[in-house]
Design a protein. Structure first.
Length: 288
């Protein structure tokens, strides 16, 4: 008995359109893959070039460092200064302690100025972060107010759209073949009512507008305070930066200036009980 014919055993002929789409997709992927490979190759070539140059620079730098013999040279320089130090101090005689005080105080002034600069910089960074936060907050508040102010125009658009959907429901309901279309369209109208539509009362709208406007005003006030704080801290930072620069620009010249001032003050007669205070004043009186 002959087998029953089973259509499932017969392979349907290939869809030419499907085959064409698959081939086009493969071609597009091939082009994209080739472009990606070309881009990656360019990036890799650039990286290799930079690394090759870096390697050459490293070799040259190492060769120069070895030839310089810097550890030995700096050690010899320090040894020469250490040998001369006792003699240089003896020449100062009774002013040696005053010299040490001037130098020590000068170093402390620089250290304190740098610490103050670091503190101001930290405060300025936090103030700038607060300013950025206030700026973003104001933008959000202004956008919220703008969205509310445009609500009447938005409601006109929504009403037009939903009225059009309502007309579609009415038209589809007249045709039994479009029953699902009418049902789905009506469901979409309901969804928009529940998820998108916002229609406050006149009193609610008035209250919301002025509430959001008040938030904008308050945020603007806080932003102004933040801007003022940043401006003041930036000014202080500039002043302290200049002080550090003035102290560090020519340390020897500044020390000589302080030393001269200390010597001039040391020859002025003063009561013994004020001497200790004045010695400290001599070293610090010219501090910025």
């Amino acid at each position: 008995m002959a087998d029953d014919f089973d259509e499932s055993n017969v392979n349907p002929p290939d869809d030419p359109d499907a085959v064409l789409r698959e081939l086009k997709n493969q071609a597009d992927y091939g082009k994209l893959f080739a472009a990606t490979l070309a881009k990656d190759s360019t990036t890799i070539d650039k990286a290799v070039g930079e690394l090759t140059k870096n390697r050459a620079d490293i070799d040259k730098s190492e060769k120069d460092y070895v030839a310089g013999d810097y550890l030995k040279k700096f050690a010899e320089l320090r040894a020469r200064i250490d040998d001369k130090w006792p003699c240089l101090r003896r020449v100062l005689e009774e002013n040696a302690d005053l010299a040490d005080l001037v130098i020590r105080t000068f170093r402390e002034d620089i250290l304190q100025a740098r610490q103050k600069l670091e503190e101001i910089t930290e405060h300025l960074t936090r103030a700038q972060q607060e300013l950025d936060s206030r700026t973003r907050e104001l933008a959000d508040k202004q956008q919220a107010l703008k969205d509310l102010l445009t609500l009447p125009a938005d409601l006109v658009k929504q009403l037009t759209t939903m009225t059009g959907l309502e007309k579609r429901v009415q038209d589809a309901a007249q045709d039994p073949t479009r029953a699902f279309e009418a049902y789905a369209t009506a469901d979409e109208i309901i969804r928009q009512f529940e998820e998108e539509l916002f229609v406050p009362t006149v009193a609610e709208f008035h209250k919301l507008v002025f509430a959001r406007w008040g938030e904008v005003v308050r945020t603007q006030r806080e932003l102004a305070k933040a801007q003022d704080k940043v401006s003041k801290l930036a000014g202080k930072k500039t002043t302290v930066e200049q002080a550090v620069k003035d102290l560090s620009n020519d340390r020897i010249a500044e020390l000589l200036r302080r030393w001269t001032s200390a010597l001039l003050r040391s020859v002025d007669p003063a009561p013994d009980e004020q001497r200790a205070e004045e010695v400290a004043e001599w070293a610090t009186s010219t501090s910025p």
